[in-house]
Design a protein around this ligand. Structure first.
Ligand code: ATP
Ligand code: MG
Ligand code: MG
Ligand code: MG
Length: 462
C-alpha cells in the first residue's frame, strides 16, 4: 500500500478508507481505554492524530512508541471529534521503525530555547519551529527562481573558487592545495601561499557579481543564486561566514530601474510567502512574534521610501535618539541608524541612494559631483540592510581611474574591463542576502536560526 503524506491526508475527506502513514511521534497520551499518538512527517506543521483503541493494542505493544520514535501506521481515516482537526486515523497496526530512548532523546515534549537548539543543529529540523523555517526557506528559494523566470532573466552559475575580490573588503577565505602545516617558504623562510591553487592564488567567492556582469553584457538580464563566503569574525545576529546571495545583473538598467526591480521583487517574495506558507507563518506569528503577519502584509501593500544618503544623514543628525556610533557625512551607516530610519522615522522600508564613493566598492557609477556613487541599499525593519546594489560604472576610463585610486591591479581584472572596452552599456544590479530575507519573512531574531547548518566562528562540525 502506498504511503500518504500528512499534508495530503489532512485535506482528504474521511470516508472510512484505509491509509498508510509514516513519520515521527511528537506526543503520546491517553488512558486505559484509548491512546492518542500525534505523528508528524515534516510535510506540514500539523500532526495527524492516531487513535489506538486499547482493546486492540496493549501498553507493552506501544511501549516503544515514544516521542521521537519513527513509526508506520496502518488504519482507517475517520472524521475527528477533536478540536482543530478534521480527520484522524483509527489504528489497525502500528510498527515502530526506529526507537528513540526517552532517557537520551533531547527533544522531549517541552519547549526548548533557540540557543539550545543551535547546539543540536542536526536534530532541530524535527521541531515545529525549524520545520516551519525550512519549509519557508524552500518556498522562498522556489519563488526567487519563479520570479526571475517569469520576467525573462536567465539563471547563471558563477564560480565558487575565484582569484578576484569583488568587494575589496579583505574578507576572503583562502583556497589552498598546499600543506598548511608544512607550506613552501619564501627565501626569508616565511610561509608562501601566493601560488597555492595549482600555481595561482585563490579564495572562496564573496559575491558572484563581477562574473554576473559579464553574462548580463551578453544575455541582458541574468541572476545568480548561490553560496557566498565571508571571513566575518563577527558574532552579530545578521552575519554568517557562509550565506546565500541572490544577485541579478541587468544591461540597460539605470539606478531608478534597479530600485523598481528590487522593490517589486521583494514584494513578490513576501506575498508568495503569505499565499503559500500560511500555516507555518501563523505558527511563527503565534509563537514568537505577534506582529509578524501584519508586518508582512504592510510590506506587500506599501511603497518603499526613497531618499539619498545625504538626506538620511541630515535626519539622523537631527534625531532625538542617542546612537552608539556617531553619524557624520562620509561614514557608513550602522544597523542602529538604518533601523532608526525604517522603524522610527519613516515606519516603512527605505531605499537609500547616492552614498559617498569612499565607503563603497570600486565598480559603482560615479555621479557628476565626483563625491557620490549611484549605490542603493534597501533597509528593512528589524534588520537594516537587506539589499546592497548600484548602477555599475560603464565608462572604461572612469573605471580604470577608480581602480588605480583603490590600488586594484588592472592586469588581473582585464577580463572585467573588457566588458567596458567592447560594447559597454549602462547596467545595474544588486545582491539580496537570502538569510536576511528569511529573517524578515520568518520573524526570527538570529540569522543562525534561518539556515540549516550555520557557519560562524567556531561552528563548522555539522
Ligand atoms: P553589512 O553592511 O550588513 O555587513 P555588506 O554591505 O557588507 O552588509 P554587501 O557586500 O552589500 O554586504 O552584500 C549584499 C548583501 O548580502 C547584503 O545587503 C546582505 O543582505 C547580505 N550579506 C552581506 N554580508 C553577509 C553576511 N556575512 N551574512 C549574511 N548576509 C550577508
Ligand atoms: Mg559587511
Ligand atoms: Mg553594508
Ligand atoms: Mg552593502
Amino acid at each position: 500500500m502506498k504511503r500518504i503524506k500528512v499534508n495530503a491526508l489532512l485535506k482528504t475527506p474521511a470516508s472510512g478508507q484505509e491509509v498508510l502513514v509514516k513519520g515521527w511521534v511528537r506526543t503520546k497520551r491517553g488512558n486505559k481505554y484509548v491512546t492518542f499518538i500525534a505523528v508528524n512527517d515534516g510535510s506540514t506543521i500539523n500532526n495527524i492524530q492516531v487513535v489506538a483503541d486499547m482493546t486492540l493494542f496493549t501498553d507493552e505493544g506501544l511501549r516503544d512508541v515514544t516521542t521521537g520514535a519513527s513509526v508506520s501506521v496502518l488504519g482507517t481515516l475517520v472524521e475527528s471529534q477533536g478540536k482543530g482537526q478534521t480527520v484522524e486515523i483509527q489504528a489497525k497496526a502500528i510498527e515502530v521503525l526506529g526507537t528513540a530512548d526517552p532517557e537520551t532523546y533531547p527533544l522531549q515534549k517541552k519547549g526548548h530555547s533557540l540557543e539550545f537548539l543551535r547546539e543540536i543543529a542536526h536534530l532541530r529540523p524535527r521541531t515545529n519551529t525549524f520545520g516551519a523555517v525550512l519549509r519557508i526557506r524552500h518556498a522562498m528559494a522556489y519563488a526567487i527562481h519563479r520570479y526571475f523566470n517569469h520576467n525573462g532573466f536567465f539563471y547563471i552559475h558563477t564560480p565558487i573558487i575565484t582569484a578576484s575580490d569583488a568587494e575589496g573588503a579583505g574578507q576572503m577565505f583562502r583556497v589552498t592545495t598546499l600543506d598548511p602545516i608544512n607550506p613552501p617558504r619564501t627565501d626569508e623562510g616565511t610561509p608562501d601561499f601566493s601560488e597555492d591553487f595549482f600555481g595561482r592564488s585563490t579564495n572562496l567567492t564573496v559575491s558572484g557579481q563581477l562574473e554576473g556582469e559579464v553574462c548580463a553584457m551578453a544575455l541582458s538580464e541574468i541572476y545568480t543564486f548561490g553560496p557566498t563566503f565571508r571571513a566575518e569574525n563577527s558574532n552579530t545576529s545578521r552575519h554568517l561566514a557562509e550565506f546565500w546571495m541572490v544577485e541579478p545583473e541587468m544591461a540597460f538598467y539605470e539606478l531608478e530601474d534597479n530600485m523598481d526591480l528590487a522593490e517589486d521583487f521583494l514584494r513578490y517574495l513576501v506575498r508568495y510567502a503569505l499565499d503559500h506558507c500560511p500555516d507555518d507563518l501563523q505558527f511563527l506569528n503565534d509563537m514568537y512574534d505577534k506582529e509578524l503577519l501584519d508586518r508582512l502584509a504592510f510590506v506587500v501593500e506599501n511603497d518603499f521610501q526613497r531618499l539619498t544618503y545625504s538626506e538620511a544623514v541630515a535626519i539622523l543628525i537631527d534625531a532625538k535618539q542617542k546612537f552608539e556610533y556617531k553619524v557624520e557625512w562620509g561614514t557608513d551607516l550602522q544597523s542602529e541608524h538604518e533601523r532608526y530610519l525604517v522603524e522610527k522615522h519613516f515606519k516603512k522600508p527605505v531605499i537609500l541612494t547616492n552614498y559617498p564613493k569612499d565607503i563603497k566598492s570600486f565598480y559603482m557609477k560615479l555621479n557628476d559631483d565626483n563625491q557620490t556613487v549611484r549605490a542603493m541599499d534597501v533597509l528593512f525593519p528589524g534588520i537594516g540592510e537587506i539589499i546592497g546594489g548600484s548602477q555599475r560604472e560603464d565608462n572604461y576610463e572612469k573605471l580604470v581611474k577608480r581602480m588605480q585610486e583603490m590600488h586594484i591591479p588592472e592586469k588581473e581584472m582585464s577580463w572585467y574591463l573588457d566588458t567596458r572596452r567592447f560594447g559597454s552599456v549602462p547596467h545595474s544590479g544588486f545582491g539580496l542576502g537570502f538569510e536576511r530575507l528569511l529573517l524578515f519573512v520568518t520573524g526570527m531574531g538570529n540569522i543562525r536560526d534561518v539556515i540549516p547548518f550555520p557557519r560562524y566562528p567556531k561552528s563548522a562540525d555539522f
